[in-house]
Design a protein around this ligand. Sequence first.
Ligand SMILES: NC(=O)c1ccc[n+]([C@@H]2O[C@H](COP(=O)([O-])OP(=O)(O)OC[C@H]3O[C@@H](n4cnc5c(N)ncnc54)[C@H](O)[C@@H]3O)[C@@H](O)[C@H]2O)c1
Length: 314
Amino acid sequence: MEPADVRRVACVGAGVIGGGWVAHFLAKGYEVTAWDPAPDAEARLRRLVDAAWPALTELGLAPGASVDNLTVADTLETAVRDAEFVQESAPEDLDIKRDLLARIDAATPAGVVVSSSTSGYGMTEMQTECATPQRLVVGHPFNPPYLIPLVEVVGGERTRPWAVRWAAEFFEVAGKSVITMDREVPGFIANRLQEAIWREALHMVANGEATVEQIDASITEGPGLRWPLLGPCLTFHLAGGEGGMAHMLDHFGPSLKSPWTRLEAPELTEELRDRMVRGCEDAAGGRSIAELVAERDRAVIAVMRAIEEVRRKS
Ligand SMILES: NC(=O)c1ccc[n+]([C@@H]2O[C@H](COP(=O)([O-])OP(=O)(O)OC[C@H]3O[C@@H](n4cnc5c(N)ncnc54)[C@H](O)[C@@H]3O)[C@@H](O)[C@H]2O)c1
């Protein structure tokens, strides 16, 4: 089946993330079947979907989208037996994931792609008990999956390339922004970056170097305002003025040896310098520094105004 022809999606595990996926797929017009073993799971799930629906309505529902397209199944096997795509969002525990993915694999029609929301396990270590591991991928979302577009897609050693391509295309069709990774890395990309900040924040609080309030304000009133438009690399490309990333690295390269964070920096070799400079040129896509600065400034103003409005109405 082509990704664009999918109509029926199964969500296994319906907590914060599974419920968020359910809301997202419903809003995009899919028929969704969910299963979760907790006795109160259905009530929790319906509360989550109802709470998300006004935001999804404001964003714009797909034709035919309705909360009535949600079915909560009594068993895992019923949930997945007619599915054309399966998203697993059970607790982050390797034994649970291994056992559950094997059960999903056994009950899901042949050739249907099964994706896991895992925050950090590789599919290689999760697909060990599956009879047909070739169709299993990681599709790592961000909370809440019904609003945050990013999904990181990566296969395991026993996943076939077609399944990774199919999943990436399906998520795009389903309205997500996809990063397909060629290699399994624990935590994928965004969680590794997020985790670096998180661990440093915990160190700072533990050592009495900063309060929780100071840490949050340092991001929301600082670099956080630039990141919605430009990621950390293009942001620093602009920190180099007209010399861009090349000047930024030549200027601040020695600071990589300073104790500005507990995470050790790699050696700034010529090769790494060149890769960063070329990468920024590619990411800039022909936009000059002056054009990027103008775009950044417009974005920062737009973001600040939007936040001001949200705060005023809260
Ligand atoms: N919370 C986040 O910000 C976040 C972000 C991205 C990915 N994830 C990943 O999503 C997955 C789910 O996390 P969550 O935050 O939704 O957790 P959660 O605790 O909110 O939900 C987990 C759900 O799984 C159910 N469950 C328990 N055992 C199960 C089983 N054997 N089979 C199926 N369902 C079972 C629970 O009843 C619960 O409803 C994890 O792998 C997590 O790492 C979480």
